[in-house]
Design a protein around this ligand. Sequence first.
Ligand SMILES: [Zn+2]
Length: 201
Amino acid sequence: MTKFGPRSITTAIVADASQTMKLVIWSHELLEQLREGGFYCISFLRVKMFEKGQLNTTPQTKVIPIPPFEDVKSDIEEICHEQVINVQLQSVQVLKKISCPICFKILDSNEYQQPLVRCSSCNFKVLTTSLPTQISVVAYAQIDGQQKKLQVSTEAVETLVTAESKPELKDDLDAFEDFLILNKFEIHLSTENIVTKMRKC
Ligand SMILES: [Zn+2]
Protein backbone atom coordinates (compact mmCIF):
# COMPACT_ATOMS: atom_id res chain seq x y z
CA MET A 1 0.00 0.00 0.00
CA THR A 2 1.37 3.40 -0.87
CA LYS A 3 -0.07 6.79 -0.13
CA PHE A 4 -1.42 6.75 -3.69
CA GLY A 5 -3.45 3.59 -3.08
CA PRO A 6 -2.92 -0.14 -3.15
CA ARG A 7 -0.03 -1.48 -5.16
CA SER A 8 1.10 -4.99 -5.82
CA ILE A 9 4.84 -5.30 -6.15
CA THR A 10 6.46 -8.20 -7.95
CA THR A 11 10.14 -8.76 -8.48
CA ALA A 12 11.26 -10.44 -11.71
CA ILE A 13 14.61 -11.29 -13.22
CA VAL A 14 15.30 -9.84 -16.66
CA ALA A 15 18.23 -10.65 -18.92
CA ASP A 16 19.68 -9.63 -22.26
CA ALA A 17 22.89 -10.57 -24.02
CA SER A 18 25.03 -8.52 -21.65
CA GLN A 19 23.61 -8.93 -18.17
CA THR A 20 20.96 -10.09 -15.74
CA MET A 21 19.11 -7.72 -13.43
CA LYS A 22 16.22 -7.60 -11.02
CA LEU A 23 13.13 -5.78 -12.23
CA VAL A 24 10.60 -4.52 -9.73
CA ILE A 25 7.17 -4.39 -11.35
CA TRP A 26 4.96 -1.82 -9.65
CA SER A 27 1.75 -2.31 -11.60
CA HIS A 28 -0.65 -5.19 -12.00
CA GLU A 29 -1.44 -4.13 -15.58
CA LEU A 30 2.22 -4.47 -16.58
CA LEU A 31 2.56 -7.80 -14.81
CA GLU A 32 -0.34 -9.17 -16.86
CA GLN A 33 1.53 -8.32 -20.07
CA LEU A 34 4.55 -10.42 -19.09
CA ARG A 35 5.05 -14.14 -18.79
CA GLU A 36 8.00 -16.11 -17.51
CA GLY A 37 10.46 -16.97 -20.27
CA GLY A 38 8.95 -14.40 -22.67
CA PHE A 39 10.93 -11.89 -24.78
CA TYR A 40 10.03 -8.22 -24.56
CA CYS A 41 11.22 -4.76 -25.37
CA ILE A 42 10.59 -2.86 -22.13
CA SER A 43 11.03 0.90 -22.22
CA PHE A 44 10.88 3.76 -19.70
CA LEU A 45 12.36 1.88 -16.76
CA ARG A 46 14.33 3.58 -14.07
CA VAL A 47 17.36 2.70 -12.00
CA LYS A 48 17.33 4.16 -8.52
CA MET A 49 20.62 5.76 -7.58
CA PHE A 50 20.78 3.97 -4.25
CA GLU A 51 19.68 0.52 -5.39
CA LYS A 52 22.25 -0.48 -7.93
CA GLY A 53 21.56 -3.55 -9.98
CA GLN A 54 17.82 -3.12 -9.83
CA LEU A 55 15.38 -1.75 -12.41
CA ASN A 56 11.96 -0.37 -11.56
CA THR A 57 8.93 0.16 -13.73
CA THR A 58 7.45 3.66 -13.96
CA PRO A 59 3.97 4.90 -14.88
CA GLN A 60 5.36 5.40 -18.42
CA THR A 61 6.74 1.87 -18.80
CA LYS A 62 5.76 0.18 -22.08
CA VAL A 63 6.01 -3.54 -22.86
CA ILE A 64 6.23 -4.79 -26.45
CA PRO A 65 6.63 -8.53 -27.13
CA ILE A 66 9.56 -9.28 -29.47
CA PRO A 67 10.82 -12.43 -31.26
CA PRO A 68 12.98 -14.71 -29.07
CA PHE A 69 16.74 -14.40 -29.36
CA GLU A 70 19.36 -17.02 -28.52
CA ASP A 71 21.99 -15.03 -26.77
CA VAL A 72 20.63 -14.46 -23.27
CA LYS A 73 23.01 -14.19 -20.37
CA SER A 74 22.00 -16.50 -17.60
CA ASP A 75 23.57 -15.82 -14.29
CA ILE A 76 20.12 -16.02 -12.75
CA GLU A 77 21.38 -18.43 -10.09
CA GLU A 78 23.95 -15.87 -9.08
CA ILE A 79 21.55 -12.93 -8.87
CA CYS A 80 18.98 -14.95 -6.92
CA HIS A 81 21.53 -16.21 -4.48
CA GLU A 82 20.64 -14.64 -1.18
CA GLN A 83 21.81 -15.40 2.31
CA VAL A 84 19.21 -15.43 5.07
CA ILE A 85 20.89 -14.40 8.31
CA ASN A 86 20.16 -12.88 11.69
CA VAL A 87 21.95 -9.61 12.30
CA GLN A 88 22.41 -6.96 14.90
CA LEU A 89 22.90 -3.67 13.08
CA GLN A 90 25.72 -1.64 14.61
CA SER A 91 25.18 1.71 12.96
CA VAL A 92 22.40 2.97 10.75
CA GLN A 93 21.49 6.04 8.77
CA VAL A 94 17.93 6.57 7.60
CA LEU A 95 17.34 9.24 4.98
CA LYS A 96 14.25 10.48 3.25
CA LYS A 97 14.60 10.79 -0.51
CA ILE A 98 12.43 12.40 -3.11
CA SER A 99 13.10 12.03 -6.80
CA CYS A 100 12.15 14.33 -9.66
CA PRO A 101 9.01 13.00 -11.44
CA ILE A 102 10.50 14.00 -14.81
CA CYS A 103 14.09 12.79 -14.78
CA PHE A 104 14.13 10.74 -11.54
CA LYS A 105 17.19 12.53 -10.19
CA ILE A 106 17.21 12.37 -6.38
CA LEU A 107 16.48 15.90 -5.19
CA ASP A 108 18.72 17.50 -2.62
CA SER A 109 17.19 17.49 0.88
CA ASN A 110 17.49 21.30 0.98
CA GLU A 111 15.52 21.45 -2.24
CA TYR A 112 12.56 19.36 -1.17
CA GLN A 113 11.99 21.27 2.04
CA GLN A 114 10.53 24.02 -0.12
CA PRO A 115 7.17 23.35 -1.72
CA LEU A 116 8.39 24.43 -5.17
CA VAL A 117 11.76 23.59 -6.58
CA ARG A 118 13.49 23.69 -9.94
CA CYS A 119 15.18 20.34 -10.61
CA SER A 120 18.85 21.04 -11.18
CA SER A 121 19.03 18.18 -13.67
CA CYS A 122 16.04 18.58 -16.04
CA ASN A 123 15.17 22.20 -15.16
CA PHE A 124 11.46 21.47 -14.61
CA LYS A 125 9.81 23.19 -11.69
CA VAL A 126 8.07 20.65 -9.48
CA LEU A 127 5.74 20.71 -6.49
CA THR A 128 7.64 18.60 -3.97
CA THR A 129 4.71 18.03 -1.61
CA SER A 130 3.00 15.98 -4.33
CA LEU A 131 5.91 13.54 -4.72
CA PRO A 132 6.21 10.16 -3.03
CA THR A 133 9.06 9.92 -0.56
CA GLN A 134 11.34 6.94 -0.35
CA ILE A 135 13.20 5.88 2.72
CA SER A 136 16.82 4.94 2.24
CA VAL A 137 18.47 2.87 4.96
CA VAL A 138 22.20 2.28 5.06
CA ALA A 139 23.57 0.16 7.89
CA TYR A 140 26.75 -1.49 9.03
CA ALA A 141 26.83 -4.93 10.59
CA GLN A 142 29.35 -7.60 11.45
CA ILE A 143 28.72 -10.53 9.07
CA ASP A 144 30.99 -13.57 8.86
CA GLY A 145 33.62 -11.70 10.87
CA GLN A 146 33.60 -8.74 8.49
CA GLN A 147 32.15 -5.26 8.81
CA LYS A 148 29.71 -4.95 5.91
CA LYS A 149 27.84 -1.96 4.54
CA LEU A 150 24.24 -2.90 3.84
CA GLN A 151 21.74 -1.05 1.69
CA VAL A 152 18.14 -1.83 2.62
CA SER A 153 15.86 -1.78 -0.41
CA THR A 154 12.82 0.52 -0.30
CA GLU A 155 10.70 -2.60 -0.80
CA ALA A 156 12.20 -4.16 2.35
CA VAL A 157 11.58 -0.94 4.32
CA GLU A 158 7.93 -0.89 3.19
CA THR A 159 7.29 -4.52 4.13
CA LEU A 160 9.07 -4.12 7.49
CA VAL A 161 7.06 -1.09 8.64
CA THR A 162 3.86 -2.71 7.39
CA ALA A 163 4.57 -6.02 9.16
CA GLU A 164 5.39 -4.17 12.40
CA SER A 165 2.38 -1.83 12.00
CA LYS A 166 4.70 1.15 12.43
CA PRO A 167 4.12 3.35 9.37
CA GLU A 168 4.85 6.38 11.59
CA LEU A 169 8.53 5.40 11.60
CA LYS A 170 8.77 6.69 8.04
CA ASP A 171 8.01 10.18 9.35
CA ASP A 172 10.26 9.99 12.40
CA LEU A 173 13.64 8.98 11.02
CA ASP A 174 15.36 9.26 14.39
CA ALA A 175 12.87 6.80 15.93
CA PHE A 176 13.33 4.55 12.89
CA GLU A 177 17.10 4.48 13.47
CA ASP A 178 16.55 3.56 17.15
CA PHE A 179 14.15 0.79 16.12
CA LEU A 180 16.73 -0.62 13.68
CA ILE A 181 19.58 -0.60 16.20
CA LEU A 182 17.67 -1.78 19.27
CA ASN A 183 16.16 -4.87 17.64
CA LYS A 184 17.53 -7.96 15.94
CA PHE A 185 16.50 -8.75 12.39
CA GLU A 186 16.39 -11.67 10.04
CA ILE A 187 17.54 -10.36 6.67
CA HIS A 188 17.75 -11.63 3.11
CA LEU A 189 21.06 -10.37 1.78
CA SER A 190 21.97 -10.35 -1.91
CA THR A 191 25.50 -10.82 -3.19
CA GLU A 192 25.70 -7.01 -3.66
CA ASN A 193 24.92 -6.50 0.07
CA ILE A 194 21.40 -5.31 -0.64
CA VAL A 195 18.84 -6.28 1.98
CA THR A 196 15.88 -7.41 -0.08
CA LYS A 197 13.71 -8.51 2.87
CA MET A 198 13.92 -8.03 6.60
CA ARG A 199 11.81 -8.85 9.61
CA LYS A 200 12.17 -8.45 13.35
CA CYS A 201 13.35 -11.60 15.14
ZN1 LIG B 1 14.39 16.52 -13.04
